[in-house]
Design a binder for this molecule. Structure first.
Ligand SMILES: *[C@@H]1O[C@H](CO)[C@@H](O)[C@H](O)[C@H]1NC(C)=O
Length: 569
């Protein structure tokens, strides 16, 4: 209310002074056409309020990147000396000059703004469409997502004053599109009765693991201990989006059948933001949320699990992906999870390069604080987050951000790449040095295969992989199996959480941003190289898995005992 009154009053002053005349406008972001699957269905109503976020240029993001690698590279003297939130904010906050240049321009236009991040690098304003059109010399339209009928207000191009280009990264939402978030691929949940929980004998993997994967299978295949973790400060966060609810009764049923050695009352702590809830009506249980909670709790024995339910009431226009990170950055060490696993993602081209970069930089911040960030790589092979028609390969976000660990999928007792395992090369992010040699070797082996269909200089993903087929879950009072890299990310995250438990117990730092360690000689030696299979899509066979890193299974799957040695335990 107060905002509206201020706005009308200052608009009159603005009209008298005509400050817009002083500003030369330049196109700041544009795209030729809406994201795949969206159509323009008309002019946005002038009076409709838009909540817009303004990303201000951080004062020293390159400095933060240097600091992140210094604390994440085992070869560095600063390894494990993660930053404090204040130290991170010093790099990320905009300069005073940036803040005043942007706020002067906004107040000339009668607009008040408020920072919404701890570092003050993101502002939020609420203005009617007519005002936004005038401010950004654009015409906001309504875009409809054809498959679902969902609508959003976006534009294909907007301008800002030339004098502010050095201060503003982007206005959002403008040229980025978010389709209704899909769950990664699942086979229909089959009605199967649970496989009996046979404790694995030494290294023997039960034959049933070839067709149905349970916690006991993963413990046997990767050598994961069943003994309980001891450190209450060492939390593992599980992201929940799109009203995917993690059901407690299903979890109890899962543990009763498949982890008979631990209390069936073992559960997660619920954290919510953006109006998130975790409805317990059994029929409303989410396959994704159940999978993610059952397999983190079922494998990371004794590690405190936080299910973070991000509601639909988010103004970040990337489905709450930015809001969850802003929330976690604000938390105290010991409350903030040491590992975060997320089994959702976008096709890279849906988001503008600027928005994708700021989202990726938010993972740089959280990583510098000491959190390992894992994402499922996607389930469409080289065709993106989901199977779809395409002529060039579609990389997935946030998996292709250099500051996260992307997890692809394998299957079988003798592991081979899962054909749906997304992987490839970013068009937005350049290749980070930690993987440059591996990727160069792979590209030499690949030769001219798929030439012209992917970007040879982009950040390559996934980094690692884990089992992702035939995971048995309890869902809506039944047992069934699911497939997807959604199985793989929680599995790998659970293993990292168990390693962190031992590190914290030994008075050491948690692992934090994993990739410099994983790609080191010690890290890669602790992984099982997967050398068979491929990830078809876009009418090709996709990429072949090979000896060494490949864009289907990354460096390979975990071996707990070797990882434990590799991290110095
Ligand atoms: C290829 O990736 C690089 C980042 O390494 C990027 O700068 C370039 O624009 C990309 N090319 C295309 C055609 O997207």
């Amino acid at each position: 209310m107060i905002l509206a009154v201020t706005f009308i009053a200052s608009l009159l002053l603005v009209a008298a002074a005509k400050p817009m005349d002083r500003r030369a406008m330049v196109v700041h972001e544009s795209r030729g056409e809406p994201a795949r699957g969206f159509v323009n269905s008309g002019v946005a109503p002038a009076a409709k309020d838009l909540t817009l976020r303004i990303a201000l240029k951080p004062n020293n993001i390159a400095g933060l990147e240097t600091a992140l690698y210094a604390v994440s590279d085992p070869a560095s003297a600063l390894y494990g000396q993660h930053l404090t939130a204040d130290e991170v904010a010093e790099f990320v906050k905009p300069t005073d000059e940036t803040v005043s240049a942007v706020s002067d321009w906004l107040s000339e236009n009668g607009i008040s703004s408020a920072p919404i991040t701890p570092a003050g690098d993101m502002l939020q304003i609420v203005v009617p469409v007519s005002k936004a059109n005038e401010l950004l010399a654009t015409d906001f339209s309504i875009f409809t997502h054809v498959d679902t009928g969902a609508t959003s207000i976006r534009t294909l191009e907007y301008s800002i004053p030339a004098s502010l280009q050095a201060h503003i990264d982007f206005f959002h939402p403008t040229t980025s599109f978010t389709r209704p978030l899909a769950r990664p691929k699942f086979t229909a949940v089959k009605k199967v009765s649970p496989v009996p929980d046979v404790a694995p004998v030494s290294n023997a993997v039960p034959a049933s693991c070839a067709t149905t994967v349970t916690p006991a299978c993963l413990q046997a295949i990767y050598g994961i201990p069943t003994t309980a973790a001891t450190q209450s400060s060492n939390k593992l966060g599980v992201s929940g989006f799109i009203e995917q609810f993690a059901n407690q009764a299903d979890l109890k049923q899962f543990l009763t059948s498949l982890r008979t050695d631990i209390s069936s009352a073992t559960t997660f702590t619920l954290q919510t933001l953006d109006g998130g809830v975790n409805t317990q009506t059994r029929a409303d249980a989410g396959i994704e949320a159940n999978l993610d909670t059952q397999y983190t709790i079922g494998i990371a024995t004794g590690v405190p699990i936080t299910f973070i339910s991000v509601g639909e009431n988010n103004a970040d226009s990337v489905d709450g992906f930015m809001d969850i990170i802003t929330t976690l950055i604000k938390e105290a060490t010991g409350t903030r999870p040491n590992v975060l696993t997320t089994s959702y993602g976008f096709d890279e081209s849906d988001l503008s390069r600027a928005v994708a970069t700021t989202l990726c930089n938010s993972y740089m911040q959280l990583g510098a604080l000491g959190t390992s960030i894992l994402f499922s790589s996607g389930d469409g092979g080289v065709s993106g987050s989901q199977s779809q028609t395409c002529t060039t390969f579609i990389p997935t976000l946030p998996s292709d951000c250099p500051f996260v660990t992307s997890v692809g999928a394998t299957g079988g007792i003798t592991e081979t790449a899962a054909s749906f395992s997304s992987g490839g090369f970013s068009n937005y992010f350049a290749i980070p040095s930690y993987q440059a040699t591996d990727v160069a070797t792979y590209l030499t082996t690949l030769g001219t295969t798929n030439s012209g269909k992917f970007n040879r200089t982009g950040r390559a993903f996934p980094d690692v992989s884990a089992q992702g087929e035939n995971f048995e879950i309890a869902w809506d009072d039944e047992f069934g199996t699911v497939d997807g890299t959604s199985c793989s990310s929680p599995t790998f995250a659970a293993i990292i959480a168990l390693l962190n438990d031992k590190l914290v117990a030994a008075g050491k730092a948690p692992l934090g941003f994993l990739n410099p360690f994983l790609y080191s000689a010690t890290g890669r030696a602790a992984l099982n190289d997967i050398t068979t299979g491929d990830n078809p899509g876009c009418s090709t066979n996709g990429f072949p898995a090979t000896v060494g890193w490949d864009p289907v299974t990354g460096l390979g799957t975990p071996n707990f005992a070797r990882l434990q040695t590799a991290v110095g335990l």
